[in-house]
Design a protein around this ligand. Structure first.
Ligand code: 5AD
Ligand code: SF4
Length: 461
């Protein structure tokens, strides 16, 4: 038996792709190991959304080089950096054995065989951009013991946001036919999963035979499934039908991640986001009317080329006005071949210190608002779906509220249960409390060894 280790960077798409890699490797009698030092095969599943993410991958590669030297491990790079750099990566990193893109996961066994038997250095980065693309079908057994899982509904992105590398690394949009999605959800429900998150770079423009809103409604009706989530959305595709689904189907969890990117119409135009702040706010207002109390989160980029102090303050203002539950905010990072990177000189790059100072100001405001939301939960009883043992305190249990707030609590309900937790303390990022009632038992017997969650802490953040 040979052992493999996969280091995952980046978004849920990558987390999901790593699972598919594991499945492909299990067909060639590889078993996973949690320790890279004991691995015969190490794969880095990489992200290129920001330069920092790429730097992290390069420093990790440096560390794994020693494993290669000491025990002859094979070293491969997959994911978005692989897709972007292709054979250039083999030239840059002489000890690397293979490079493969996100559309080539099914070829992994063949790639490894060529490396081992033919002593080749392999590059497989062809895109499958059309409806011919076959989405890898998840093996539900890989997810047994978990409570929540991602299900791919589409890949790629047809938007043209000027800052974004994704269209270059993930190609054109291709949707997965809805019966396939529903079959996968049903398989997952059968092994005890209670929640699914439908994922894609731009799920609102889903075209797999029914609308995305209908797909959510049908997913919510799969027996055993209690919560349905999705990510990520583009504001310009947020339909009234989707908003209506939030009104009619309570199993669609009350959380919407709606990246706004910034609070200035001029910058939004340069970003080619295709909406104004007023239009964005109008969508949110409708959403909040359809599902009062819905948690709204967003992504923000500060220091986009040409962003003035006044324009940045508009982002602060928008943050105060919307009162986001949470924000993921980043300093602008020029990416190869993107519109904004090509025009950065003309538009006027924002100095690094200014970007960092703006980010700190924004994050301070958001921390205060997030703290106000979580403090307001203290003293209340909330519904929590139990996911397993807490990663941060082995004596506690971990779960999430419908709004996706994380809860670490004292209790004994097994993973897969729904419990009522009395909230006693809060920080801006998590709630703490104690279990006071069991609302729903798991649908299957809990595994002998429970998972420690959360499983994936994004490596590129
Ligand atoms: N620089 C900084 N942040 C970026 N994002 C995407 N591209 C860049 C970039 N070039 C952020 C956006 C997006 C999130 C996933 O990452 O906010 O919504
Ligand atoms: Fe995910 Fe985009 Fe990063 Fe690729 S570049 S891993 S799609 S966030």
């Amino acid at each position: 038996m040979k052992r493999y280790f996969i280091h995952t960077f980046g978004c849920q798409m990558n987390v999901n792709d790593s699972l598919r890699m594991s499945e492909a490797l299990s067909t060639m009698s590889y078993v996973p190991t949690p320790e890279p030092e004991n691995a015969d095969l190490i794969i880095l599943n990489t992200c290129s959304i920001r330069e920092k993410a790429e730097d992290k991958m390069l420093s990790a590669l440096g560390r794994y080089r020693a494993v290669k030297a000491s025990r002859g491990a094979i070293l491969g790079v997959g994911g978005c950096v692989a897709q972007q750099e292709k054979d250039k990566l083999l030239k840059k990193v002489p000890y690397l054995d293979f490079v493969f893109g996100p559309d080539n996961i099914a070829k992994l066994p063949e790639v490894i065989r060529r490396v081992q038997e033919e002593r080749e250095r392999v590059v497989e980065t062809a895109f499958v951009d059309s409806e011919e693309y076959v989405f890898p079908r998840a093996d539900a057994e890989t997810s047994r013991g978990k409570v929540t899982e991602f299900v791919t509904v589409m890949k790629g992105c047809d938007n043209v946001c000027s800052f974004c590398v994704v269209p270059h690394t993930r190609g054109r949009e291709v949707s997965r036919a809805f019966p396939e999605v529903l079959l996968e959800v049903a398989d997952l429900a059968r092994v005890g999963l209670r929640e699914v998150t439908l994922i894609g770079q731009n799920v609102n423009s889903y075209q797999g035979g029914i609308s995305f809103a209908q797909l959510l409604l049908r997913t919510a009706e799969v027996p055993g499934i209690e919560r349905v989530r999705f990510t990520t959305s583009h504001p310009h595709d947020l339909s009234d039908e989707l908003i209506e689904a939030f009104r009619t189907q309570p199993k669609i969890a009350p959380h919407f991640h709606l990246p706004v990117q910034c609070g200035s119409d001029r910058i939004l135009k340069m970003m080619r986001r295709d909406y104004t702040v007023v239009q964005y706010l109008e969508r949110l207002e409708k959403l909040r009317a359809a599902r009062p109390g819905i948690a709204i989160t967003t992504d923000i980029i500060v220091g986009f080329p040409g962003e003035t102090e006044e324009e940045f303050e508009m982002t602060l203002q928008l943050t105060e006005q919307v009162r986001y539950d949470n924000q993921f905010s980043f300093v602008y990072s020029p990416r190869p071949k993107t519109g904004a990177a090509l025009r950065e000189k003309d538009w006027g790059p924002v100095p690094h210190e200014v970007k960092v100072a703006r980010l700190e100001r924004l994050q301070k405001v958001q921390r205060r608002i997030s703290g106000e939301y979580t403090q307001a939960q203290v003293g209340l009883d909330v519904e929590v779906m139990v996911e397993g043992r807490s990663r941060y305190d082995a004596t506690k249990r971990f779960g999430r509220t419908p709004e996706n707030r994380t809860v670490n609590f004292d209790g004994d309900a097994p993973a897969g249960s729904f419990v009522k937790v009395h909230i006693e303390r809060a920080t801006p990022n998590q709630l703490q409390g104690k279990q006071v009632a069991v609302l729903m038992e798991p649908t299957v017997a809990p595994p002998p060894v429970e998972l420690t969650v959360p499983l994936h802490v994004p490596a590129e953040a």
